[in-house]
Design a protein around this ligand. Structure first.
Ligand SMILES: [Zn+2]
Length: 196
């Protein structure tokens, strides 16, 4: 049984099974009153749990290397695959920013593992890694913009920040175009609705 917490105040969503389909994507927290998608949180929680399980299996192996074609290996891979599908589903819904960041990092990590074993297309792998890059670039841009607006730093620093910000401003639209192209190349259709 998975517990779903409000992504803003961490209050537990009670009587999960009683939430109807109309409310599952626009649930209002009884504690803080903010709206979020229970469907997204469910898929996220599930994906995260499977990822944790996979990592634990890997870390328990001697020298942290699970031998291929062993039951432990199959089990580890199954957990990575379930984590992958859970987090992929979570992205179909509105995930709050902090969760998006964690989910993206996990997805990029899983992609690296899958790519080595031909379990994912290079297209899909670059899609998630590009999204991580875009996320980080965007965060750096926003932070620089904030510092510049707040009037922080001396002349030299501000000059460097401005240079970097302008550089990022040129990169960001290109990254977004690339992501949209990759998205079109991958069939993100018929994803399962998360089970409660
Ligand atoms: Zn809340």
């Amino acid at each position: 049984m998975i517990t779903v917490l409000c992504p803003y105040c961490a209050a537990e969503v009670v009587a999960l099974e009683e939430i109807d389909d109309a409310r599952i994507d626009a649930y209002v927290c009884a504690e803080c009153g903010r709206e979020f998608s229970v469907a997204a949180q469910l898929a996220y929680e599930r994906g995260q749990l499977y990822y944790q399980a996979a990592v634990e299996i890997e870390q328990a192996a001697p020298r942290r290397r699970v031998k291929e074609d062993t039951p432990v290996f199959t089990d580890m891979l199954r957990n990575y695959q379930l984590a992958y599908s859970g987090l992929r589903v979570a992205f179909q819904f509105a995930l709050p920013p902090l969760y998006q960041e964690i989910a993206l990092e996990i997805l990029a990590d899983i992609m690296q593992r899958f790519l080595k074993r031909d379990l994912v297309s290079p297209l899909e792998s670059s899609y998630w890694t590009s999204r991580v890059t875009a996320w980080k670039t965007d965060a750096e841009y926003t932070a620089l913009q904030h510092k510049l607006r707040a009037g922080e730093g001396n002349f030299l620093r501000r000059w460097r920040w401005r240079m970097r910000r302008n550089q990022l401003a040129r990169v960001l639209p290109k990254l977004r175009v690339r992501i949209a192209e990759l998205e079109r190349g991958i069939a993100f259709t018929e994803l399962p609705y998360p089970q409660r």
